[in-house]
Design a protein around this ligand. Structure first.
Ligand code: 8OZ
Length: 363
């Protein structure tokens, strides 16, 4: 009984890193970057406040201007962006934490007003997603995308490699490849958004190719023990596949061969029904030797069950970490939690960002 209750507070060896506990801060888009899409000083404070997590994963950070899909998300492709991220990683390390950066290309989930020269977003196929994005005018439908030429793929892979190199220079402890939530890599993997007839479309193997190649690009820079990936088999942001079990079964097997440190799985619909799709997550996990990070709607009790039963190695929390900088301590004490305020999730400044009190401050 007491061993089970302590399951979340046992250290875990992730690749070459020792994590002091099993709680991961999920990547969370907060739209607070400054001019040039650089992280602000308040962002260093925000992550440092949460440094007691076993591992912090940064908000999605675009690998190129073309890879941006929302207003004021930070990039990791310019020297200024690297310099500002360095302040974040220094603050986290000073506070005793560990932080990976999430490398992001949104593909078709974007808007011409955000892209260089007002260009169309790029996608596997010229199919507009039925989803919204956030621009200076507020929430709007995403723009009509254009299909990537086969000849453009190598430059996208170079952008992954370049961003991975920048992440190292910025002092991150590792990188997470964002292959979830209907963004570029997920768009290629899922048949609903990929109607290509070249080497990147058609069979499962072809549709998974870009994700595997992106991982290989990152592995040119980082040791495999410092690279993870996030996946979402369910339909999200209009990216859907008719056989996610077969698709992600193949993807996970390929990632296992690459020896990645972890798979970070969004179980069910992102921020929604955990049973939205009929996928055997334990089966997927069974073909992967690295760590399994479970995510989506977990609370203390569910996470304790998942880790003590061995179903997951680590559990990622999003909204709970927004509202509770000391989530680890609160879980340890089974203390009450602050409630997150949705109105301050996206955009703004310190309010709803760095002003959620820790237990010792709330008292
Ligand atoms: C919420 C708002 C904007 C982007 C994701 C990066 O879903 C996101 C995201 C979430 O992965």
């Amino acid at each position: 009984m007491s061993a089970d209750a302590n399951a979340l507070f046992q250290p875990y060896t992730l690749g070459s890193l020792t994590l002091p506990n099993r709680l991961v801060m999920a990547p969370l888009t907060r739209n607070r970057a400054a001019e040039g899409d650089v992280a602000r000083d308040i962002t260093a404070t925000y992550y440092a406040q949460r440094a007691s997590a076993g591992l912090l994963i940064s908000e999605g950070s675009q690998i190129s201007h073309q890879g941006q899909g929302y207003l004021r998300t930070p990039g990791i492709y310019t020297p200024e962006q690297v310099a500002h991220w360095r302040k974040v990683t220094d603050a986290v390390h000073k506070a005793g934490g560990r932080i990976f950066i999430q490398l992001w290309h949104v593909g078709r989930v974007s808007h011409t007003s955000l892209l260089p020269g007002g260009a169309a977003p790029v996608a596997p196929s010229p199919l507009r997603a039925q989803t919204k994005t956030f621009i200076t005018d507020g929430f709007v439908d995403v723009s009509e995308p254009r299909a990537l030429e086969l000849s453009e793929i190598p430059s996208i892979l170079r952008d992954y490699e370049h961003a991975a190199r920048n992440a190292k220079e910025a002092g991150f402890d590792g990188v997470e490849i964002h292959a979830a939530n209907g963004y570029l890599l997920d768009q290629f993997m899922k048949h609903g958004s990929n109607h290509r007839t070249d080497a990147y479309g058609g069979s499962i193997e072809n549709r998974a190719r870009l994700t595997i190649e992106a991982a290989e690009a990152v592995l040119k820079v980082w040791d495999k023990g410092r690279v993870g990936i996030r996946l979402s088999p369910a339909k999200v942001n209009d990216a859907v596949d008719s056989n996610p079990q077969a698709l992600f079964g193949h993807v996970v097997e390929r990632l296992d061969k690459l020896g990645l440190a972890y798979v970070h799985m969004i179980e069910g619909a992102t921020q929604g029904d955990r049973n939205a799709v009929d996928v055997d997550y334990a089966g997927l996990r069974g073909s992967f030797r690295g760590a399994y990070i479970a995510n989506n709607g977990y609370d203390r009790e569910m996470a304790t069950e998942a880790v003590s039963s061995g179903r997951a190695d680590l559990v990622a929390f999003g909204r709970l970490f927004i509202a509770n900088p000391d989530l680890v301590e609160r879980f340890r004490l089974n203390a009450p939690l602050n409630q997150p305020d949705r109105n301050t999730f996206y955009g703004g400044g310190t309010e709803g960002y760095t002003d959620y009190p820790a237990l010792n401050e709330a008292a």
